[in-house]
Design a protein around this ligand. Structure first.
Ligand code: ATP
Ligand code: MG
Length: 626
C-alpha cells in the first residue's frame, strides 16, 4: 500500500502538488496520467526520494522494495541474460555466498534458493527478454553489442524480473515496438505486486491497469477502472460539478441582490448582515474549465504534384553495399495514408530514409518528383537535441528572417508558453520536446509527412489533437506507430516490413497483432528459424478521385462514424440499466439520475447523427466529383 498524504511540492517557479492525498490499494496496477508537463515524472522522483517534498509525506511500507528502470544501462561485456539475472539481488547474493560458505550454512542457503525458485530464474529472465523482442542468440551476447535503445529494453527486462513490491515505469512503451508493447500489456496485467505506470497509451491503460491516478491542478485523483472508465467518470464528475456550480451561483446572485437592496435601510441592516455572512460561506465555485491542449498545425502543401508521389521498381536499399530491403515495388499517391508495420530491425527506418531521400537506392529505380518536399519526424531527432539549447534558440535558427515576437507567438501556438520558451531542452518534459519537433517538421508544409512514432511522449489529448490535424492535412502520410488506435484511425492502407521486404498487408490491426503474438510464441518455443508469415496479394488500386479533397472528408466521416457509434452505445447502456424495473423501487434517486443522463446522452446522439449526416453528404459529393 502506498499512502501519499498532503503532498506539497514547489519548484521551477510553480506549484506541482498542493496538499495532494491518495492511498493506493495493495498490489494495485495503477496508470498515472495527466497533461504533458504536469509533473508525473516529478512524482516518481518524489517517490524515489530523488526530490524532497515541501510538505506532507509519501508512506511506503518498511522494507518494501521500490524499483524503476535504470537510467544508466552501460555497454558492459556482461551478457544480456546475466545482466537481467543480476537484477535479482538476493539470488545473486545467495549464489555468491554459496561459493565460499561453510558446509553448515549451505543448507540454509539452498533452502532459500529453492524458496525463491532460483532454478527457474534463467528461464524466467529469458522469457522476459524474448517478450521484449530479443532473439535466443541475443541472450548470450554482451550488452556492448547493443545500441542504447536496446539496452534500455534490457533495463526494463531487469526491472520486471526483479519484481519489486512497487514497480515504477515511466512511459515504458516509448522505447518498445508494437510487439514489445503488446507483450508488456499482458505482462503487467499479471504483475504480482504493485505497479505504477506513467503512460499516454490508451490501449495499455485500458488493458493493463485496474486504477487510473490522475494528476490535475496539484491534486491526485484515483479512479477505478481503465482509461475509458476514467474518461466517462470524469465527464460525469465535470457535469455534476457544473450543475452544482449553476445552483450555487443562482443562490449567490439572489442573496447579493437582497443585500444590495437592503444594506442602506437601517431596519433591514441586520438581515442584510446575516445574508452577507451566508454569502461568504458559500463554497467557492472555481470554474474548472477543462484544461485544453494546444492544437497541432500541419499546414497542407500549397499545390499538389502530379501523381504518383513516389514509385519504386525493384528497389534495393541498405548500407555499405549490403541490402536490408530488396525488390521493393510500391507506389505512393498524393493523399495516401500508409501505416507501416514491422518489428524492430525489419527495416522500417531504412525504408523511411529511402522515401525521405536520405538514402539512395542500391538497385532498381525510384521515381520521385524533384519538387517533392518531405517532412520527416523520428525519435533520433529528440535524442539529437542539444540539451543546453532552448525552444526560442531553435526557432530562431529555423526562422532567421522572422521577428522575435513572431517566433515567440509561433512557439505559443505550438503550446510552448512564454515560460517554456527559454527553458533548456534538458529541463523540458518529454511531451514538450516532442511537440516542439513535430511542429518544426511540419512547418514547411511538405507534400509527404513521414511520422515515425510521433505520439511517443504526447499526452492523450495531444494525440487526439494530432489526429485531428492529420485529418485536415491534405498531403500524404506514412505513419509508424505502436499506438493501435491512432494507426486504425489514420491508416487507409497497411504496409508490412518483414523478411527483407516491404509489402502491402492484407488485414487489419487485429490480424497484425495476432500475427506478431503468434510469431513471438513460436520464437519462444523453437529457438532460431523464423517462419515467414504469409503476406497476401496487394489490395486492388484505389479509384482516383478529386485528390486533396476526398481524403480529409473521408477521415472526417470515419471520425463522425466513430463518435456516432460511441453515442449510440452510451444511450443503449443507459437504456439497459433503466430497463431493470426494480431500480425504480430500490433506488429512486439513481433512476432519476439515469433518466437525466439519458436525456443528455440522447442530445449528444442527436448532434452526432447530424454531424455524421453532414460528413456523409460532403464525402459523397466530393467522391462523386461534384
Ligand atoms: N530543472 C528544471 N528546470 C525548469 N523546469 C523544469 C525542470 N525540471 C522539470 N521542469 C518542468 O517541470 C514540468 C514537469 O515536468 P515532468 O517531467 O514531471 O512532466 P511530466 O508530467 O512527466 O510530462 P510528460 O508527460 O511530458 O513526460 C515541465 O513543464 C518541465 O519543463
Ligand atoms: Mg514525464
Amino acid at each position: 500500500m502506498l499512502q501519499i498524504k498532503d503532498l506539497t511540492f514547489d519548484a521551477w517557479g510553480r506549484r506541482f502538488f498542493d496538499s495532494a492525498t491518495v492511498t493506493l490499494p495493495q498490489n494495485a496496477k495503477v496508470g498515472l496520467v495527466g497533461r504533458n508537463g504536469i509533473g508525473k515524472s516529478t512524482l516518481f522522483k518524489l517517490i524515489m526520494g530523488e526530490l524532497t517534498p515541501g510538505g506532507g509525506d509519501i508512506g511506503i511500507p518498511r522494507n518494501a522494495r521500490v524499483g524503476q528502470v535504470a537510467q544508466e544501462h552501460p555497454a558492459t561485456p556482461v551478457t544480456l541474460l546475466d545482466t537481467v539475472l543480476e537484477a535479482d539481488l538476493e539470488r545473486h547474493d545467495l549464489l555468491t555466498r554459496l561459493e565460499t560458505a561453510d558446509p553448515e550454512d549451505m543448507g540454509e542457503i539452498w533452502a532459500r534458493l529453492i524458496e525463491i525458485d532460483a532454478d527457474s530464474a534463467p528461464a524466467r529472465a529469458a522469457e522476459i527478454l524474448i517478450g521484449l523482442s530479443f532473439s535466443q542468440e541475443d541472450l548470450a551476447r554482451p550488452m556492448s553489442h547493443f545500441s542504447g535503445g536496446w539496452r534500455m529494453r534490457v533495463a526494463l527486462a531487469a526491472a520486471l524480473f526483479s519484481e519489486p513490491d512497487f514497480l515504477l515505469l515511466d512511459e515504458p512503451t516509448n522505447y518498445l515496438d508494437m510487439e514489445g508493447a503488446l507483450w508488456l500489456e499482458a505482462r503487467l496485467q499479471k504483475y504480482p505486486y504493485s505497479a505504477i505506470i506513467i503512460s499516454h497509451d490508451r490501449e495499455l491503460l485500458n488493458n493493463s491497469v485496474d486504477y487510473i491516478l490522475h494528476v490535475r491542478e496539484g491534486k491526485l485523483d484515483l479512479y477505478t477502472g481503465g482509461y475509458d472508465d476514467f474518461e466517462r467518470l470524469r465527464g460525469e464528475k465535470a457535469r455534476l460539478a457544473a450543475a452544482t456550480r449553476v445552483k450555487i451561483e443562482a443562490q449567490r446572485a439572489h442573496m447579493q441582490s437582497f443585500v444590495d437592496r437592503f444594506r442602506a435601510k437601517a431596519s433591514k441592516a441586520a438581515q442584510a448582515q446575516s445574508r452577507l455572512k451566508m454569502l461568504a460561506k458559500l463554497p467557492p465555485t472555481s470554474v474548472s474549465i477543462e484544461e485544453r491542449v494546444a492544437p497541432f498545425t500541419l499546414p497542407s502543401p500549397p499545390r499538389p504534384l502530379a501523381p504518383p508521389l513516389i514509385r519504386l521498381e525493384d528497389v534495393s536499399v541498405g548500407y555499405d553495399g549490403k541490402a536490408i530491403l530488396k525488390k521493393l515495388n510500391l507506389r505512393l499517391d498524393l493523399d495516401d495514408r500508409i501505416g507501416l508495420l514491422g518489428v524492430n530491425g525489419a527495416g522500417k527506418s531504412t525504408f523511411a530514409k529511402l522515401i525521405a531521400g536520405a538514402l539512395e537506392p542500391m538497385a532498381g529505380h525510384m521515381h520521385r518528383d524533384r519538387r517533392l518536399q518531405v517532412g520527416w519526424f523520428h525519435q533520433h531527432q529528440i535524442e539529437a537535441l542539444d540539451p543546453t539549447d532552448t525552444p526560442l534558440e531553435i526557432v530562431r535558427r529555423s526562422l532567421p528572417e522572422s521577428s522575435e515576437s513572431a517566433r515567440r507567438s509561433k512557439l505559443a501556438q505550438w503550446g510552448l508558453g512564454f515560460d517554456k520558451q527559454e527553458t533548456t531542452v534538458a529541463n523540458l518534459s518529454g511531451g514538450e520536446r516532442a511537440r516542439l519537433l513535430l511542429n518544426l517538421v511540419a512547418m514547411t508544409a511538405p507534400h509527404l509527412l513521414i511520422l515515425d512514432e510521433p505520439t511517443n511522449h504526447l499526452d492523450i489529448d495531444s494525440r487526439r489533437a494530432l489526429l485531428d490535424a492529420l485529418n485536415d492535412y491534405s498531403g500524404a502520410v506514412i505513419l509508424i506507430t505502436h499506438d493501435r488506435s491512432l494507426m486504425e484511425l489514420v491508416a487507409d492502407r497497411l504496409w508490412l516490413a518483414m523478411d527483407g521486404g516491404v509489402k502491402p498487408f492484407d488485414g487489419d490491426m487485429d490480424d497484425y497483432a495476432k500475427l506478431v503474438l503468434g510469431r513471438a510464441r513460436e520464437a519462444a518455443k523453437t529457438p532460431p528459424k523464423e517462419k515467414p508469415a504469409e503476406v497476401a496479394a496487394p489490395p486492388p488500386p484505389k479509384p482516383a478521385a478529386n485528390p486533396g479533397q476526398v481524403g480529409p472528408l473521408k477521415r472526417k466521416l470515419e471520425a463522425a462514424e466513430a463518435t456516432l457509434a460511441r453515442c449510440t452505445s452510451e444511450v443503449a447502456e443507459i437504456d439497459h440499466a433503466l430497463s431493470d424495473t426494480a431500480i425504480y423501487l430500490r433506488d429512486a434517486a439513481r433512476a432519476t439520475e439515469l433518466a437525466a443522463k439519458r436525456e443528455k446522452a440522447q442530445a449528444r446522439l442527436d448532434k452526432a447523427e447530424a454531424e455524421w449526416m453532414a460528413a456523409a453528404e460532403a464525402y459523397d459529393a466530393a467522391s462523386a466529383g461534384v
